[in-house]
Design a binder for this molecule. Structure first.
Ligand SMILES: NC(=O)c1ccc[n+]([C@@H]2O[C@H](COP(=O)([O-])OP(=O)(O)OC[C@H]3O[C@@H](n4cnc5c(N)ncnc54)[C@H](O)[C@@H]3O)[C@@H](O)[C@H]2O)c1
Length: 342
């Protein structure tokens, strides 16, 4: 049975969505919607899809079973809600949107319409991350003590100049935190659990953008562990992102989603995953050329549609990092510690 997908956006990440859709047997790209007519028509020629510049006409395209949203982040909920109302399943890029209120509206609408809602947090699907999550869940790290995350990336001025929505409050919802570091924040929550309070500082150090390009945050987890996050797009030439998780039984170090070290008092076999490194140049470029993570998310989503189950990262899961992002920005604005209500 063929599943028909519609792509929304037509920019950088839609290229990735098109590549993974074409790589999965039984999936056809039915239609593409976006503002850049030339790019949309090239993409449609490559994959035999119908181009649309009118969103309502795009949504009415038939056959179409689901949409993959790759538009500016501040449009995800609005477009997802419109798609859900048409009975289309919705798989959106991260972040789920730029405000929790809008994320909640999307989650409610998908539920009301009886369609699946998923978020592309592809790092959750990477083999080493799955191994680390299992090991921490099974107690290999002991009592969680410290999570140290570094997302010290670089984006050249062109990155912001060529896509004017990036780094704006209205469409990106912020800067380096919500756009780049949100992946790592999602992993911290996924592996270490909920955060109950945050303190943070940010600055716009290098780029001509409205929002921050450099931010540091201190986190207090519900389980008593502390966390520190550095998020930036201003550190030349950009370094692989790194997550160090320490507990009473040892430390696990993940770099670029690859297990670098598992220094545990009682090493188990759980963590020995023979995976290949992620080849994406994320520390210096937004292009997702190694599409295995995105492909795993789409495959998981298709399986959920077929079996009527829940995606690995559904709307509620996707909302968690956004709620934390909002609390961190509030802490920056107020210059004080923010308690997060669950
Ligand atoms: N999961 C990942 O690793 C990853 C990587 C990059 C980007 N993203 C996400 O993908 C989204 C898009 O980022 P990008 O890098 O592709 O940006 P981009 O600027 O390259 O592409 C965005 C596209 O949206 C189009 N657009 C503008 N207004 C629109 C509208 N009203 N409706 C539909 N399309 C519209 C623009 O013409 C542009 O082609 C963002 O939410 C970003 O956070 C995720």
């Amino acid at each position: 049975m063929t599943t028909y997908i519609g792509l929304i956006g037509g920019g950088n990440i839609t290229e990735t969505h098109a590549r993974v859709a074409r790589a999965i047997p039984g999936v056809e790209i039915a239609a593409v919607f976006g503002m850049n007519a030339q790019k949309i028509s090239r993409l449609c020629c490559e994959c035999g899809a119908t181009p649309y510049a009118d969103f309502e006409k795009f949504l009415a395209h038939s056959p179409m079973d689901l949409v993959a949203i790759g538009s500016p982040s501040g449009l995800h909920a609005e477009q997802g809600i419109a798609a859900a109302r048409r009975g289309l399943h919705v798989l959106t890029e991260k972040p789920i949107d730029i405000t929790v209120d809008r994320a909640d509206a999307l989650i409610a609408e998908a539920s009301k319409a009886g369609v699946k809602l998923g978020v592309f947090f592809q790092d959750r699907c990477k083999p080493d991350i799955l191994g680390v999550k299992n090991a921490v869940d099974s107690g290999a790290l002991g009592r969680p003590i410290l999570a140290d995350a570094r997302v010290k990336w670089y984006r050249p001025p062109d990155y912001y100049a060529k896509s004017r929505w990036r780094g704006t409050w209205a469409l990106d919802g912020g800067g380096a935190l919500i756009n780049q570091a949100v992946h790592t924040l999602d992993l911290m929550l996924h592996i270490f659990g909920e955060v109950k309070s945050v303190q943070a500082m940010c600055t716009t150090a290098l780029h001509a953008i409205e929002a921050e390009d450099t931010l540091i945050a201190l986190l207090e987890f519900n389980n008593g562990a502390l966390g520190v996050l550095q998020a930036t797009t201003s550190v030349f030439p950009g370094y692989p992102r790194r997550l160090e998780l320490s507990g009473s039984e040892g430390t696990i170090v993940v770099e670029q989603d690859r297990l670098l070290a598992a220094n545990l008092k009682n090493p188990g076999a759980d963590l020995l995953v023979a995976s290949e490194a992620d080849n994406n140049p994320s520390s210096s470029s937004p292009v997702v050329s190694d599409v295995r993570g995105h492909q795993a998310v789409l495959e998981d989503f298709l399986k959920c549609i077929q079996t009527n189950s829940s995606p690995r990262c559904d709307g509620k899961e996707g909302r968690r990092s956004l709620a934390l992002v909002q609390a961190i920005y509030a802490a920056c604005r107020k210059g004080e510690r923010i308690e997060i209500s669950s």
